[in-house]
Design a protein around this ligand. Structure first.
Ligand code: UDP
Ligand code: MG
Length: 247
């Protein structure tokens, strides 16, 4: 059995965990890694943190470089902005762990939520544990209009898929790295999260959700382009519909 419980509910993992943080203009947020992520990561035990600087124009890369004096933290850089999808692929190809957790640089899914993903992973033979702010027990403090959009898109995904997946679109997830082999990751944009999860479901990977809390950003700005993302989600929804109807 691959874990030991410790008193405060965190887990001590045998498998190595890669925590991948895509970051575009997140200088104020990157600074929070030592005080807010490190204490959690240390309790997990065997880990690496990979900051993917996606062509930031602020001090993100410089600060990440300083942080990488701690050998458990690594910086990988895109010379120019390539999008969240590209940052996710770069993070995966540079990771050395058996497990991968994606963390938003703005900590809207806070690092203290990571143990929830790991505890669920340890309870079953899962390939992917999705943190959900929408399912039973999940919480969200998003702004009203964003909540409506996100809930709407995710409700469509749930209906189209015919599965109890309440959060197809968010980044905060754990993947077993070996289960990512052959999974589609073509998008350069935010919809890569839905693309990957749909392909995992299609290919019969064992996907489960666990309730988490999503908060709002304290520092920096959101980079999401709602128009573009809605268009991309419609493309994926269409693919899902075709799959449901024609196999
Ligand atoms: N991000 C990135 N490249 C991009 C856009 C976003 O690496 O081109 C990162 C960003 O720094 C953050 C995560 O992806 O860590 C999610 O982006 P953001 O918080 O702006 O989106 P939101 O949470 O508002 O949907
Ligand atoms: Mg965010």
């Amino acid at each position: 059995f691959n874990m030991l419980f410790i008193k405060n509910g965190l887990v001590n993992m045998k498998e190595k965990l890669s925590i991948i943080i895509p970051a575009c203009n997140e200088q104020e947020n990157i600074k929070r890694i030592p005080s807010e992520l490190m204490p959690v990561a240390k309790k997990i035990g065997n880990f690496e943190i990979i900051i993917v600087d996606d062509g930031s124009k602020d001090l993100t890369a410089k600060i990440a470089k300083q942080l990488s004096r701690d050998r458990r933290i690594r910086l990988v850089k895109h010379e120019k902005n390539m999008g969240l999808g590209a940052a996710i692929r770069t993070g995966i190809s540079n990771s050395t762990g058996d497990l991968i957790v994606f963390l938003d640089a703005d900590f809207t899914f806070h690092p203290s939520e990571i143990p929830k993903l790991l505890e669920k992973y340890n309870k079953g033979n899962y390939d992917c544990v999705v943190g959900t702010q929408f399912g039973r027990g999940g919480k969200t403090k998003m702004q009203f209009h964003r909540k409506i959009l996100s809930k709407g898109v995710n409700t469509l995904y749930r209906i189209f898929l015919g599965r109890k997946i309440t959060s197809m679109s968010s980044i905060f997830r754990l993947y077993k790295k070996s289960a990512l082999r052959g999974i589609s990751m073509k998008s350069n944009n935010f919809d890569i999260c839905a693309e990957m999860l749909f392909d995992m479901i299609k290919k019969g990977r064992n996907v489960v959700e666990v309730p988490v809390t999503l908060t709002t950003r304290i520092y920096g700005k959101s980079k999401i382009n709602n128009r573009k993302e809605i268009k991309n989600h419609i493309k994926i929804l269409t693919k899902i519909l075709k799959w449901r109807l024609f196999g």
